[in-house]
Design a binder for this molecule. Structure first.
Ligand code: FES
Length: 244
């Protein structure tokens, strides 16, 4: 996608800001690709050439990075890109069924957007939200504990322009291009809004506290004649000493 003179000037000015954050220009490649993606909606061949030129890299270097990371797209996706986690835990909890139902419901395949350009669909790997499985991401925001029906309601709402908030984290859902700007390093002020760690995430900590397993407490509760268990590293160094 060829840039207009104005677009190129805007991109170059932002690129200068991003590159200045790093000791070496090439370290700015990932945010720069997000910047280009925010402008184009995906990373085109011209976008790759722009990044290469700004960073003194070859276009092959940049293409290798773009094609490695699935968060960068080589063609248009929807205004709301829906990622259904089908990794182990989410799949067991219904992620595969959700993905297949959405695929049928939307009539799309791969990253291809719906004809109105509103929604696209992708299988994604674990997003560290397993405690809320099955998880769906929309523009990298969490929608937790979904079912095939609630997932279909979600995409219908997105296509209808309903006011939809993520289950946790940011209180307002941003568009695909807005998410690109955030990932390029231009926060939208929502990083510390909304709930982050909920009850399922904190369940282990709660159980530890209830049982007095917090750091220091277990040692204090040990009987005076109880020999403390040795850690794996202590066992290893002891075995090494005995051999020598
Ligand atoms: S397996 Fe789906 S978030 Fe971890």
């Amino acid at each position: 996608m060829a840039f207009t003179e104005q677009e190129r000037a805007d991109l170059t000015s932002r690129a200068d800001e991003i590159i200045a954050r790093y000791p070496k220009p090439r370290s700015a490649l990932l945010p720069l690709l997000h910047l280009v993606q925010a402008k184009e909606g995906f990373v085109s061949t011209d976008g790759i050439a722009f990044c290469a030129e700004q960073l003194g890299l070859s276009e092959a270097d940049v293409t290798a990075v773009v094609s490695f990371y699935t968060m960068y797209k080589r063609g248009p996706v929807g205004e709301y890109h829906v990622g259904v986690c089908t990794n182990t835990l989410c799949a067991i909890m219904g992620g595969d069924v959700i993905h297949d139902e959405l695929r049928r419901h939307l009539g799309v395949e791969g990253d291809e957007p719906t004809p109105d350009g509103k929604v696209s669909l992708e299988r994604i790997e674990c997003n560290a939200g397993c405690d809320y499985a099955p998880v769906v991401m929309v523009n990298w925001e969490f929608f937790d504990n979904l079912t095939p029906d609630s997932a279909k309601e979600l995409v219908d709402g997105l296509r209808a322009g309903a006011d939809i908030a993520p289950s946790r984290g940011a209180e307002r859902l941003v568009t695909w291009r807005e998410a690109g700007m955030i990932l390029a390093g231009y926060p939208d002020g929502q990083a510390s809004t909304g709930q982050t760690a909920g009850a399922p995430t904190l369940a282990g900590l709660r159980i530890a506290k209830e049982n007095g397993w917090e750091r220091g407490e277990k040692a204090a509760r040990r009987a005076p004649d109880e020999t403390p268990a040795r850690s794996a590293s202590e066992e290893t160094s002891s075995a090494t000493r005995e051999r020598s």
